[in-house]
Design a protein around this ligand. Structure first.
Ligand SMILES: [Zn+2]
Length: 377
């Protein structure tokens, strides 16, 4: 490393083009440190607080990346404050071995994250660009493409190429041993893909997952998917999409995910219907749902895809009222109108409840007050 000279880098803005460019960076098999920094001024108002966030992030990656990489990133951040002005988050990709140092300004705050891998870790950046909770993996014997998004758009966040054949091309091996070596490497490749999918899921949960692979790989894929992921599996499709456009991948997986969503909504509604009919653990309508949220009884929240629900929030005690009154019944303060749907979702997530959006069964929800919940008790 060249003395204390801080590196200068071009800072890109979050876009599909930036994501594709970084996804194609060739690191020649060297490790890349990917760091996501939260620059939300309400949480990290000063350079000092930002640096301490980065310090703890880097500690996390330290064992794998070594000092050199971390120093490089920290030094750049310290010396180039202009680069972060006005951004709410920052993604940095650094590999001094491969001569890579890239940064992308993010329009929204991001959960801090540091990852060392052989590929730039683009999943949080993809989530910024295509909101949605669908996960897709296109897996072949030597490569994989991981995507995230929703009904409107999928974005590829990782391109994994495990070049098996080259490593085994040196002579001296019998054909049988060569073949066995290859099969072991295919299994290791599928395992690495499954690990990366799980990492993406643990950061921001997939609602549904579709795997696209050949019938030959299918048993291997099924074996390697962690329980957490196999529970999200909508389908394994047999198709060759290794070189297909993202649009074509989206068209292929969409019907399978929509079917899974519809099944899930129908099952939830059947459960709600039964609970509501028998006085069982179910709630419908904003008033009831808010009070069950307050009691932390919600297991699964069902919300409309579009539409708004508002409530009056007391600025003193924080209580939400849905009866349309202008003042808090407890302390007489003037209520402020708030987005009750956003509040309910945030509260449900905080309590660890599932949130299901009624994309296909909106009629039932409209007839039951636009919000409902299956309860724990
Ligand atoms: Zn009050």
């Amino acid at each position: 490393m060249s003395g204390a000279e801080p590196p200068t880098i071009a800072v890109d803005t979050a876009s599909v083009a930036a994501l594709e460019r970084i996804g194609r960076l060739d690191t020649h098999g060297h490790a890349v440190l990917s760091v996501y920094v939260d620059l939300d001024p309400s949480r990290f108002p000063t350079p000092g607080t930002r640096m301490s966030q980065i310090g703890s992030l880097l500690e996390e990656a330290h064992r794998q990346a070594g000092d050199r990489e971390l120093e490089r990133v920290a030094r750049w951040l310290e010396t180039d404050p202009e680069a972060v002005r006005g951004a709410h988050g920052l993604a940095i990709f650094s590999s001094s071995e491969a001569g890579v140092l890239e940064a992308v300004r993010l329009p929204r705050p991001v959960t801090p994250l540091a990852v060392v891998d052989l590929i730039p870790w683009l999943e949080p950046l993809a989530a910024e660009i295509s909101p949605g909770e669908w996960g897709v993996a296109v897996i072949s014997r030597r490569a994989a493409r991981l995507l995230r998004g929703g009904p409107d758009r999928l974005t590829q966040f990782a391109l994994i190429e495990d070049d098996l054949y080259r490593r085994h091309s040196q002579g001296g091996w019998s054909q049988a041993r060569f073949q066995r070596g290859i099969e072991e490497q295919v299994a290791a490749h599928v395992r690495r893909v499954a690990e990366r999918l799980l990492r993406a899921h643990l950061r921001a949960r997939f609602s549904d997952l579709v795997i696209v692979c050949s019938g030959e790989l299918r048993p291997l894929v099924e074996r390697e998917l962690a329980g957490e992921l196999s529970g999200r599996l909508a389908a394994i499709l047999d198709s060759d999409l290794e070189h297909a456009s993202v649009e074509r991948i989206a068209r292929t997986v969409k019907p399978a995910i929509e079917r899974a969503e519809d099944d899930r909504e129908r099952a939830l509604i059947a459960r709600l219907q039964q609970g509501l009919g028998t006085g069982g653990p179910a709630a419908a309508g904003l008033d009831e749902v808010l009070s069950t949220l307050e009691q932390e009884r919600v297991a699964t929240l069902l919300i409309p895809e579009r539409g708004a629900l508002s409530a009056g929030r007391c600025p003193i005690c924080g209580r939400l009222s849905t009866d349309g009154g202008a003042t808090c019944p407890l302390d007489g303060s003037r209520l402020v109108e708030v987005d009750a749907l956003a509040y309910a979702v945030e509260e449900a997530v905080r309590q660890g409840a599932d949130v299901v959006t009624a994309r296909h069964q909106s009629q039932w929800l409209a007839e039951h007050g636009e919000i409902a919940a299956a309860l724990r008790w």
